[in-house]
Design a protein around this ligand. Structure first.
Ligand code: ZN
Length: 304
């Protein structure tokens, strides 16, 4: 079966170096396998995203030499499709309305994980119809999760296991304002586009078990996952959007795509030396096994 990969950027600003790295690895794997690349704009947050940013993202990807075979409908236009799958989950009696306020969810009494995220305690799971009506406002909708471990066999990070009941609890699939959340949208979009390989940053590794659970409920196959490591400055600080000299607006004015790709590929373990190279030349040498799983240290001075 041919590899079908995807770029799934959020058009809320210029691409950052971390996004460039994930996009590069996703593209290298697909082109190495002579597969099919899908581009999808993840613009569920219509307040922060725009068509202008989407166009700049396309131009930035092409400047890097990363092309695609198909662009699918942006998420902001797909509410009716997400509704269809939401209705399926509801018909399975797996959804319920949650009226908890943000402060209740984040209160000190709620169970929290070491990274500060809260575990939903199931507060609204068994409310009666009268109790629900008494709130008098639109609820968020949560999907019930089983007490069961989900294992990701990640092509870069190795085995990652998570029990949704103890890691996040029943999670939101539609917000109170009617917007479908990332977990449901991504699961549906990847499956309907035939995506069978998901490459993205390790900050999303803990999303994979929730998506695998939704895939299993909706009858979708599980894609392969590869979560690329974070990029860190030499002092260990995480390179972020705040580093303006690391977004593509700055880098396009100060370097070449071949130089940028050479430095990234060398830092990641794909090249023995930081020699300038095009994405297309690099694709011939690509293997997930060469990519290091732990954080990658990168000196911004090398980039220009
Ligand atoms: Zn609740």
């Amino acid at each position: 079966m041919a590899t079908v990969g995807r770029f799934a950027p959020t058009p809320s600003g210029r691409m950052h170096l971390g996004n460039v790295f994930a996009a590069l690895v996703a593209w290298l794997s697909v082109r190495h396998d002579h597969g099919h690349m899908v581009l999808r704009m993840e613009d569920l947050d219509t307040q922060r995203t725009s068509g202008e940013f989407a166009q700049i993202l396309r131009e930035d990807l092409l400047w890097l030499g990363l092309d695609w075979d198909e662009e699918t409908q942006p998420q902001s236009q797909r509410s009716e499709i997400y509704q269809t799958y939401f209705d399926r989950l509801e018909a399975m009696d797996l959804l319920y309305p949650c009226y908890c306020t943000r402060s209740q969810l984040h209160s000190v009494n709620a169970p929290h994980l070491s990274d500060g995220t809260y575990v939903y305690a199931g507060t609204c799971r068994n409310l009666s119809d009268e109790e629900r009506a008494a709130f008098g406002r639109a609820p968020a909708w949560r999907v019930k999760v089983p007490d069961q471990a989900w294992t990701v066999d990640d092509k870069i990070q190795g085995i990652y296991t998570e029990n949704l009941a103890t890691h996040c609890g029943d999670f939101v699939v539609r917000r109170a304002d009617g917007v479908y959340v990332y977990q449901l949208a991504v699961t549906v979009d990847d499956a309907l586009a035939g995506v069978n390989q998901v490459v993205r940053g390790t900050d999303l590794l803990s999303s994979a078990p929730r998506q695998m659970y939704l895939q299993s409920l909706l009858g979708f196959p599980h894609p392969e996952y590869a979560h690329v490591p974070m990029l860190l400055a030499p002092d260990g600080r995480r390179l972020s959007k705040r580093d303006k000299d690391l977004d593509l607006g700055y880098l396009r004015a100060h370097t070449t795509p071949e130089h940028l790709i050479g430095v990234l590929a060398h830092s990641a373990g794909l090249l023995d030396a930081p020699a300038a190279i095009s994405a297309r030349e690099l694709a011939a040498h690509f293997s997930f096994e060469k990519i290091r799983g732990d954080a990658i240290y990168l000196d911004a001075k090398e980039l220009i």
